[in-house]
Design a protein around this ligand. Structure first.
Ligand SMILES: [Zn+2]
Length: 256
């Protein structure tokens, strides 16, 4: 079973032009799982050759604009570009807190009549039971600590590889438990280390807090994601035995 992470949006709510708003894609046997749909990532998906019929599910962490504003345009773009003759053919997993907001998003977006997504609202945010299950993966969700309610996702593949996607959050103990011994922790790092006060106040993490979380959770690979305007000297380095990656948009990580 071949597992790939495709980084289609490595930036956060603010970053340089080279980093798109957030989207993480996990590819398994030519099927795709999508995490967050920031503005513009619909075009990144098209550029990457991701066909709608191969998308198993989309998962949203929370409803801040940088994580969901790509959805209405993805609906209209995919509907027309691929001649989709479908309604509700792609499942969209959203925490139940946001039932009304997701509806408003599509109404406001003006493309309600062509919505290709089927909303699936889930209520388990403590990681105890999967919110999604198929022949390749189980997905769990855990409530994080952000400025609004938000979840992290834990993806467990059938060959027992574990990938965590934090979404937006400040460091917290639930995240450490959730990501313990993971193969890959994709951790938000919105601020540089000298802006910790601002990070805490806005429910985000700094680069060094993300690294600290990775070490505490004993993960093998830490991916710094949802980046702000930090400049990194190295795109790959080690902290003790943990490998740290700072991917650019469109980079791919193959899980061996
Ligand atoms: Zn946010």
């Amino acid at each position: 079973m071949k597992v790939k992470l495709i980084f289609l949006g490595t930036g956060g709510s603010f970053s340089y032009y080279n980093r798109n708003y957030p989207m993480l894609v996990i590819e398994i046997n030519d099927f795709y799982y999508i995490f967050d749909v920031g503005p513009g990532t619909d075009k990144a998906l098209i550029r990457s050759g991701v066909k709608p019929s191969r998308i198993k599910a989309i998962f949203i962490t929370h409803i801040h604009s940088d994580h969901i504003f790509g959805l209405p345009l993805m609906a209209i773009n995919f509907y027309n570009l691929y001649n989709l003759n479908c309604r509700e053919c792609i499942n969209l997993y959203v925490p139940k807190w946001y039932i009304e907001d997701i509806d408003t998003l599509f109404t406001f977006g003006g493309h309600r009549e062509k919505v290709i997504f089927k909303n699936v609202f889930f209520t388990n945010y403590d990681g105890s039971t999967p919110i999604y299950h198929d022949e390749y993966i189980d997905v769990y969700s855990m409530e994080m600590q952000h400025s609004i309610k938000s979840v992290a996702y834990r993806i467990v593949t059938k060959n027992n590889r574990i990938i965590i996607y934090t979404g937006d959050t400040r460091p917290n103990n639930r995240l450490l438990t959730f990501s313990e011994n993971a193969d890959i922790l994709v951790h938000e790092a919105t601020f540089p280390e000298d802006r910790e006060e601002q990070a805490i106040r806005t429910g985000h993490s700094t680069t060094s807090q993300a690294i600290e979380d990775g070490l505490k959770a004993k993960v093998k690979i830490l991916v710094l994601y949802h980046l702000g305007a930090q400049i990194f000297k190295n795109k790959e380095f080690n902290v003790n035995s943990m490998k740290v990656l700072v991917p650019d948009d469109y980079e791919v990580l193959v899980l061996h």
